[in-house]
Design a protein. Structure first.
Length: 530
């Protein structure tokens, strides 16, 4: 009896964690331990979690003031037990248990790769990214950050690319309140000691995005210190490794986290491709949940075939103007491709931020037809808010494209669970979908007054009928075609309908074709031997 009482008291003292959390939520163990010396370097802490069938080991971290934490994201519901391991006696062999309850509505778990080229949540729900970039939104002070969250709440965006480390753009008017390392700016840092206050603030913002259903694509490195010479972009490998370990330990239990090793990696002159591969493999090994991992390019494209890369994060404005170009990235690496930077909407003097709203909308539709995904941002100064721009600081959206991207997101959400794939990438690509079931036709800058429906033969059968809808991607309207289309084979490769569809004769028009009859069976799908 006395032993059980002491064990219960010890558990109460060493753990401030709840007795129950949702599956895929954050369960946290809090421990008191040594504060002398340098706990960030000297103390190792981990915990092993088990439900009797599955065991997951996660690293802990020092959170300042003698407090250590271990965070765990339970991958399934049920009873879990845990035990700690450490090189310091006060932290080792602490034990406890909790219950992971079934996830509540809106909690679909972390996002992973599905169907080779697409994404889905852990519970099987499809995930179609419509992302935006706001580099330093979480470093700009409470007022602007809360305005950004308010804007996001009514936006179409379900993924945010954000820098974990501060950048120099905008710091004169919106200086960071906290810094990642102990010390003082511009470069009086102790790279052996993290600043827990800085990371707690970033965690707060990541958690708020999670609660809004938004993925946080955390960019770990960037070349944007500029002339501030903070030194974050010139950290040696041992500092980078310690930073990676600390960040993964703190953030990996958040289900909405993605890892982006760098933004414009090739502009960071102090690191080689081997350095990036080392860092990518390290994060892959440290993260027990296998969150998505990428690296973003400037002018030189990284070798996306490396196995630690889960999906392609691409900057390429020209490719995004035409599905026939965009599809090549997907086919080269057989991974999902997100054109996180397909140029931005704005009137900047730099060519990467000079798209009109129509051009941005067109680029999104082009990469969609290529079986890939787009990434938004805008560089339009907000005169009412110290000239802030969404790309750098967040704040307010001022462009014309977000409303059209919300409309596109509705189109994507209505697509088959497997996603939209190019129907005939061997020929002129302007149709995506799932053969015999669902087609999205995009005419882009062409403005035909009619289209004689013609589809590649895979998945189709003679006499199959489809409902057709005309989509105006700019006006955001969907107009049903009165009569169903009926297809019959023609020649070696195609199925055609008997009558043409009348179109508005202007750019930015699409069609959606939805099968009214069952598609051809798997055994009856020819067309694989061009």
């Amino acid at each position: 009896m006395l032993k059980r009482m002491l064990a219960g008291l010890l558990l109460a003292l060493c753990s401030a964690a709840a007795l129950a959390v949702e599956q895929w939520d954050v369960y946290e163990v809090e421990l008191k331990g040594p504060a002398d010396g340098n706990p960030f370097v000297d103390v190792q802490l981990s915990a092993r979690f088990s439900d009797g069938t599955q065991t997951v080991t996660v690293d802990g971290f020092y959170d300042g003031d003698g407090v250590y934490r271990v965070r765990f994201m339970p991958p399934r519901a049920g009873r879990w037990t845990w035990v700690t391991h450490s090189n310091r006696w006060p932290l080792t062999n602490k034990q406890g248990e909790f219950t992971a309850t079934p996830p509540q509505p809106g909690n679909h778990g972390p996002v992973g790769v599905r169907h080779v080229y697409h994404f889905g949540y852990a519970d099987g729900t499809p995930y179609r990214p419509v992302g935006t970039t706001m580099y330093s939104w979480s470093h700009r002070g409470a007022a602007l950050e809360e305005l950004t969250l308010k804007t996001l709440a009514t936006s179409p965006f379900n993924k945010v690319r954000m820098l974990l480390l501060p950048q120099s753009h905008g710091v004169d008017k919106h200086p960071p309140e906290h810094w990642p390392y102990a010390g003082t700016p511009p470069k009086n840092w102790d790279f052996n000691r993290f600043n827990p206050v800085f990371f707690r603030h970033q965690e707060q913002r990541v958690a708020q995005l999670r609660n809004m259903g938004i993925e946080a694509d955390l960019i770990l490195h960037h070349p944007y210190d500029d002339k501030r010479e903070w030194g974050f972009d010139t950290q040696p490998r041992e500092v980078d490794d310690r930073y990676a370990r600390y960040v993964v330990a703190r953030f990996a239990a958040f289900r909405n986290v993605w890892w982006s090793l760098a933004n414009e990696f090739d502009f960071i002159r102090t690191k080689t491709d081997e350095d990036w591969a080392h860092l990518g493999r390290l994060i892959q090994r440290l993260d027990p949940y296998g969150h998505l991992r990428s690296i973003h390019n400037g002018k030189r494209i990284y070798n996306q075939a490396e196995d630690w890369i889960t999906h392609v994060s691409m900057q390429h404005g020209m490719a995004a103007t035409d599905a026939n170009r965009a599809v090549l990235f997907r086919e080269a690496w057989r991974k999902p491709v997100v054109f996180d930077e397909l140029k931005y909407e704005g009137a900047h003097d730099r060519r990467w931020a000079q798209l009109t709203g129509r051009q941005m909308t067109h680029a999104f539709w082009s990469v969609t037809i290529a079986g890939s995904y787009g990434g938004h941002s805008e560089f339009i100064a907000d005169a009412d808010n110290h000239g802030t721009v969404w790309l750098g600081q967040g704040g307010r959206l001022r462009g014309e494209s977000p409303a059209r991207l919300a409309f596109l997101k509705e189109i994507l959400d209505a697509a088959p669970a497997e996603g939209l794939d190019p129907i005939d990438a061997f020929d002129d690509l302007f149709i995506a979908g799932q053969p015999g079931r669902h087609y999205l036709v995009y005419f882009g800058d062409r403005a035909p007054a009619e289209w004689w429906p013609k589809l590649y033969l895979t998945g189709l059968r003679d006499g199959q009928r489809f409902k057709a809808e005309i989509i105006d991607t700019w006006a955001m309207t969907i107009t049903p075609v009165k009569e169903p289309l009926q297809f019959k084979p023609q020649g070696r490769y195609d199925f055609v309908a008997a009558t043409p569809i009348k179109l508005p004769g202007k750019p930015g028009i699409a069609l959606r074709l939805t099968a009214l009859d069952a598609p051809a069976g798997a055994a009856a799908r020819p067309g694989l031997d061009d």
